[in-house]
Design a protein around this ligand. Structure first.
Ligand code: HEM
Ligand code: HEM
Length: 277
């Protein structure tokens, strides 16, 4: 099924493909796919647990997972396979505008890797993901005032808005190009020029990333890993107490923050999910 390998040295900006060129080729390596679905899961997990009193640790676990995954993706953007590399989807603003115009004219350019519209959303999501997590950590550690809490919530909802636009864009492109892009993020296969597929799926690194994420979740979930300590041992409990105040039953929050004062105060562990890579 896979076409002959393409040397990653040719990872120049990807040019549009015409319908006649199209053949199924391997485009997304396994680390990119694992990254994507783990990020989407962690995002959903962080969002859904944000207001769960007594579940702050789960919220932080998912938030830290996002940090680790995004740090991994930034590294992978330089050393990954052709279509995962940033230089294959950094487009000047003019190209983004002309791509969006081509969509409106119902004659969309087809790109093998990320199209200019998707690329813009991707960089914004990665950046806002980091801002959301950083403001969440700052809130947790109480290094700022109320405004940080507000900033965290605003960043989180901004990210949600971007995700909605992202998913809408994916569905629209899938429809316009008659290509199931969601499936391609699972299989790694897209329509492109024969001979321009990637050489290998980097399966070992993809599996290592998958097990790192699952291991992090299971260690955090079972308590084998002190998530509170990872997020910041200096937290005195105000953020948790405030959450507790919203609901009289939220006393578990304060206890969780107490546990933050554990012996493990290595902040660098925030990048735990990526340690294997
Ligand atoms: C059900 C929900 C989602 C679906 C169906 C979906 C689908 C996709 C698809 C098909 C692509 C490839 C786009 C292309 O062909 O150019 C993609 C890329 C991407 N998506 Fe999503 N996505 C979802 C949720 C999310 C969420 C929640 C986030 C972030 C919080 C996210 C972040 C990204 C990023 C960063 C990429 C770039 C992948 C890479 O190159 O590493 N997605 N998504
Ligand atoms: C390391 C990562 C993170 C940490 C340490 C963290 C920490 C916190 C803390 C302490 C609060 C409570 C603020 C308060 O007292 O009201 C909070 C609230 C919130 N967080 Fe996070 N967070 C993180 C990541 C995220 C992410 C990635 C998202 C979104 C996907 C998110 C979404 C929210 C939302 C929406 C709230 C507001 C909940 C409410 O209305 O009370 N957080 N977070």
């Amino acid at each position: 099924m896979h076409t002959p390998p393409l040397d990653d040295a040719r990872s120049s900006p990807v040019t549009p493909v015409t319908p006649d060129d199209r053949a199924p080729i391997a485009v997304w390596d396994l680390p990119t796919r694992v990254f994507h679905w783990a990020l989407a899961t962690a995002f959903a997990g962080a969002f859904l647990t944000a207001e769960w009193d007594g579940g702050r640790k789960v919220h932080v676990l998912f938030g830290l997972t996002m940090v680790g995954l995004i740090v991994f993706r930034i590294v992978w953007g330089f050393v990954g396979t052709r279509y995962a590399r940033f230089r294959s989807f950094v487009f000047p603003p003019g190209r983004v505008a002309s791509y969006l115009r081509s969509i409106l004219a119902r004659a969309p350019e087809h790109h093998v890797g990320h199209n200019p519209g998707a690329a813009a959303a991707i960089f914004l999501m990665l950046g806002l993901g980091l801002v959301t997590a950083a403001s969440g950590l700052a809130t947790y550690r109480e290094v700022g005032g109320e405004w940080l809490e507000e900033a965290h919530e605003t960043a989180a909802f901004g990210l949600l808005a971007l995700v909605v636009v992202h998913v809408a864009g994916v569905l629209l492109s899938s429809f316009q190009h008659r290509e199931n892009l969601v499936r391609s993020m699972f299989t790694g296969v897209k329509l492109g020029r024969a001979g321009e597929g990637i050489a290998g799926g980097r399966v070992g690194i993809g599996l290592a990333l998958l097990f790192a994420v699952l291991g992090f979740w299971s260690a955090g979930g079972t308590g084998a890993l002190d998530v509170g300590a990872l997020a910041g041992p200096k937290a005195a409990g105000r953020a948790g107490e405030k959450a507790g105040e919203k609901d009289a039953a939220g006393s578990g929050q304060t206890r969780e923050h107490g546990e933050n004062e554990g012996p493990d105060d290595n902040h660098d562990d925030d990048e735990g999910p990526d340690d294997d890579d």
